[in-house]
Design a protein around this ligand. Structure first.
Ligand code: AMP
Ligand code: MG
Length: 356
């Protein structure tokens, strides 16, 4: 599917507190009911929402983002009772995961209900569903009375948006409404777990960690596409269609330096050699290392010490910032692949053109 050339009149709605600004949310909910496109904050990243029961509305999401038609959408619900509108059956394991982690950054792949159009699931017999943990998202969905299909609110291939400013950069004139609810809390997307197979598969690491999930489902496995890091994703047939596409690409070249011996020295070496070649180089690293890279053209802090939650919160925001200040190269300090660090490294591996 292509990208829309049609320009829309986009309305920006700043909302500080969902329960105090219900009239704005009612207005946005009506746009959803009429088949329009509404961008809203969730606890993970901003979502580009449309009525998940309306084929045409869902197709418009793909056009606005330039998203390939074979990459299915996540359906968002506000209450457990709404699950029945989306999935055909709810195995006990799904019930257990939903009870433990919803509302929250966990997406479950389940058998879809007939009424979910093909555009939403890219023709698959399964559907991705989650209940976001954000008062604006929840209230908007509730007021619309609909399940809402919502991928990340960025142009396809770009870094997911963690603020309304990012959404405006990518989607102004392509959507009907953008709700500005400030920075998103988690900073990267939901964890995706496929429950249509046994043992269940982790398709995408995200806001809920593998360790936490295994406390409920010890059998949970990492999908093959996540295990084989050296193989090009495009050579494989991923179970989650979206995983084969380019993702999270800033304009600048991203160089990821994995954890290990001499990580700091390797970053410095790369910094010097790219600068010698005339490139503007940005460094994204822990606070404690910043003075070591004072030669960098632009320095941003990924973490303080080993706070991986903070790395997730900062990652997408900072990748976009390096583009705003026109760096040619961004060298990033790799973090530990534990907890949410697994998701941070997954996104970085996809964003990187060079991994050291
Ligand atoms: P996004 O909403 O842009 O963060 O992307 C949603 C992710 O969920 C993509 O990686 C999709 O491929 C994946 N996804 C959505 N629906 C399904 C499904 N039915 N089966 C497997 N993966 C899915
Ligand atoms: Mg996305």
């Amino acid at each position: 599917m292509g990208i829309t050339k049609e320009r829309k009149k986009t309305i920006l709605l700043p909302i500080q507190q969902a329960d105090l600004e219900l009239s704005k949310l009612r207005f946005a909910a009506e746009i959803l009911q009429k088949g329009g496109l509404v961008v809203f904050p969730t606890e993970t990243v901003y979502g580009l929402g449309a009525n998940a029961l309306d084929e045409k509305a869902a197709e418009n999401i793909f056009l606005a983002k330039g998203r390939p038609a074979d990459n299915p959408l996540i359906v968002h619900i506000a209450d457990f009772a709404d699950l029945g509108q989306v999935v055909a059956d709810l195995p006990p394991i799904a019930q257990a995961l939903a009870e433990k982690f919803w509302p929250g950054p966990l997406t479950l792949i389940l058998k879809k209900k007939e009424s979910i159009p093909d555009a939403v699931t890219a023709g698959l017999p399964s559907v991705a569903v989650r209940m976001p943990d954000h008062p604006i998202a929840r209230t908007l969905i509730k007021l619309s009375g609909l399940p809402i299909a919502a991928p990340s609110a960025n142009l396809s291939g770009k870094v997911s948006p963690t603020s309304a400013e990012h959404v405006i950069e990518d989607l102004w004139g392509r959507v009907d409404v953008i709700i500005d609810g400030g920075r998103t809390g988690v900073g990267l997307e939901s964890t995706v777990v496929d429950l249509t197979v046994w043992p269940p598969q982790l398709l995408r690491p995200g806001g809920v960690s593998l360790e936490e999930l295994r406390q409920v489902v010890p059998e949970l496995e990492l999908d093959r596409a996540l295990l084989d890091k050296n193989k090009q994703e495009k050579d494989m047939v991923p179970r989650s269609p979206g995983l084969k596409y380019t993702h999270y690409s800033p304009r600048a070249k991203v160089v990821l330096v994995r954890r290990g011996e001499k990580q700091k020295e390797k970053i410095l070496e790369l910094l010097e050699s790219y600068q010698k070649a005339g490139k503007k180089v940005g460094i994204l690293c822990r606070e404690e290392w910043k003075s070591y890279f004072s030669k960098a053209d632009f320095l941003l802090e990924l973490t303080k010490g080993s706070d991986l939650q903070q790395a997730a919160y900062n990652l997408f925001n900072h990748l976009r910032r390096f583009d705003q200040v026109k760096m040619d190269v961004i060298i990033v300090e790799g973090v530990a692949e534990e907890g949410i660090g697994l998701a941070v490294m997954n996104r970085l591996t996809k964003a990187a053109q060079e991994i050291v």
